[in-house]
Design a binder for this molecule. Structure first.
Ligand SMILES: C[S@@+](CC[C@H](N)C(=O)[O-])C[C@H]1O[C@@H](n2cnc3c(N)ncnc32)[C@H](O)[C@@H]1O
Length: 227
């Protein structure tokens, strides 16, 4: 089975574990890969809808790992029992939805060693939620797949200081610290996008000021990266 670039980078951040839970599993590829490669011994595949779970079951059977995976229908982390999964993946959903899933299932998230989160949009909302809610970001990756950027965030339960600058929630502090090879391209892409949006925002509005401030922070980051 060949994984997409996005899924490849997600599985690269998953540490060896006993039980991996894949929340919003859809096709089930993350678990199929991790069990086949011995990254985890067993897994739990969940989805809020029956259709995706049926697809996952079909694929888990096809790749002969169905006996190692429990499949469950339900919302977010709620189909899991506390302490059942030592690593939890929540990938392919919006940053806001992932934050809500963590909020509603906090008692379950608390019992996992690591959570691997991959927002499709608004990574900044998710990072802000994490930092303000006692999740500590311990590693990050960014990947470009099909001409789109995807952030992948690995967290543990633990305290993290609020970021001094708004832009850090957008770019990712760890991606900057490690000068990730894609981070400059991402910053350039965001600068271009912000400049474009600003053209259509009234100059005397609060929104204009906020966006202009953020654009300035992005430009400072670009300068820092060029040093
Ligand atoms: C775009 S797919 C992502 C599949 C896979 N995780 C990936 O990254 O490729 C999103 C999946 O999340 C499921 N989903 C959406 N909201 C959910 C929730 N609150 N709890 C569990 N699953 C959810 C959807 O039904 C869908 O199958």
């Amino acid at each position: 089975m060949t994984l997409s670039e996005r899924l490849n980078h997600i599985v690269d951040l998953i540490p060896p574990c006993e039980c991996l839970a894949d929340i919003g599993t859809d096709h089930g590829y993350v678990l199929i890969h991790c069990i086949s490669k011995g990254i985890c011994n067993k897994g739990i595949a969940t989805d809020v809808k029956k259709g995706p779970i049926d697809i996952a079951i079909k694929n888990l059977k096809k790749y002969r790992v169905i006996n190692k995976v429990d499949t469950r229908i339900g919302n977010g982390l709620l189909p899991l029992k506390e302490g059942e999964a030592d690593v939890i993946v929540i990938a392919g959903m919006g940053g806001n939805l992932i934050a809500n899933i963590l909020k509603e299932g906090r008692h379950i998230a608390n019992t996992a060693k690591y959570l691997i989160l991959q927002p499709m949009q608004n990574p900044e909302l998710l990072r802000k939620f994490l930092v303000n809610n006692n999740f500590k970001i311990v590693d990050e990756d960014i990947v470009k797949d099909d001409n789109k950027f995807y952030h992948i965030i690995k967290v543990i339960n633990g305290k993290e200081e609020a970021y001094g600058k708004e832009v850090l929630y957008y770019v990712g502090k760890i991606l900057l610290e490690k000068r990730h090879p894609l981070v400059k391209e991402y910053v350039d892409y965001k600068i271009k996008g912000l400049e474009e949006i600003l053209k259509s925002v009234p100059k005397d509005s609060l929104r204009f000021n906020e966006l202009a401030y953020l654009l300035n922070e992005f430009k400072e980051v670009r300068e820092w990266l060029q040093r």
